[in-house]
Design a protein around this ligand. Structure first.
Ligand code: AMP
Length: 191
């Protein structure tokens, strides 16, 4: 059974929406580093204070901060039987750290799914979300920076997982329901 999963894809590809739906369908927790950071910023925790200025600029939070947070989250009971990581790993250092965390736990990844999306479409979606949710990092300048950072630092990571035979690409365009169906069938979990 496929239960230790990574969902990767550019900002605006629909990862958060799909992660929640897959989590439900597969019975594993969706762990979104962006959501955890945002909750910490809102609560003004120490972690939130360390992360905020990077998030507001569309830059990545430093690896040591992010890795420590994910290590703690994956050690929680609900992640013992599986998890769906949304938004992590995003750098080569994070890939190596995650490998170490899983090796320490005696487990390994089952699959990495890349949600692909057209750039103009993701910019349009993010601008739309900005008006609906008022996220601080959804202004046009920051959106463009987030897409650049993704292209430079995160898109190349899919090669690492492809070489390991773990990568599946799924088209993220279309209705929410049709994308979920594609994802489940790519994971061999469709009904
Ligand atoms: P997201 O909601 O996944 O788009 O993440 C929002 C912001 O949180 C990103 O633009 C980063 O500033 C920060 N963030 C989330 N996940 C990571 C990560 N794995 N590494 C570094 N920064 C992250």
């Amino acid at each position: 059974m496929t239960s230790r999963l990574i969902l990767v894809g550019p900002p605006g590809a629909g990862k958060g929406t799909q992660a929640a739906r897959l989590s439900e369908a597969l019975g594993v927790p969706a762990i979104s580093t962006g959501d955890i950071f945002r909750a910490n910023v809102k609560e003004q925790t120490e972690l939130g204070r360390r992360a905020q200025r990077y998030m507001d600029a569309g830059e990545y939070v430093p690896d040591e901060v992010t890795n420590e947070m994910v290590r703690a989250r994956l050690a929680e009971d609900d992640a013992a039987g599986g998890f769906l990581l949304d938004g992590y790993p995003r750098t080569a250092d994070q890939v190596a750290e995650l490998d170490g965390m899983l090796a320490d736990a005696g487990t390994s990844l089952d699959a990495v799914v890349e949600l692909t999306a057209d750039t103009d479409e993701v910019v349009a979606r993010l601008l739309q979300r900005a008006t609906e949710q008022g996220r601080a990092d959804d202004t046009e300048v920051v959106i463009r920076r987030r897409l650049e950072v993704y292209a430079e630092q995160t898109a190349p990571l899919t090669d690492i997982y492809a070489q390991r035979g773990l990568l599946t690409q799924v088209d993220g365009m279309g209705s929410i329901e049709s994308v979920t169906e594609r994802l489940l069938s790519a994971l061999g979990a469709s009904s």
